[in-house]
Design a protein around this ligand. Sequence first.
Ligand code: SF4
Length: 65
Amino acid sequence: MKAVVDKSLCVACGACADTCPWVFRMGADGLAEAYRGFGRTELDAAEDAAQDCPVGAITLSRSSS
Ligand code: SF4
């Protein structure tokens, strides 16, 4: 699975990187990025991060690509 951050929406609050650092981190541009794919172990945390994003910038995909 993978996550995508829409950087045009991200307000750099840092919540996703705090909630799920296995998938999200703050990039050099100050905005969040999804830096790796993830498996079932991280799915709950990734879903929490997506739901808690204040601007809905995170999309999760079950695609393995
Ligand atoms: S939770 Fe949303 S707004 Fe906050 S840093 Fe992550 S992607 Fe950006």
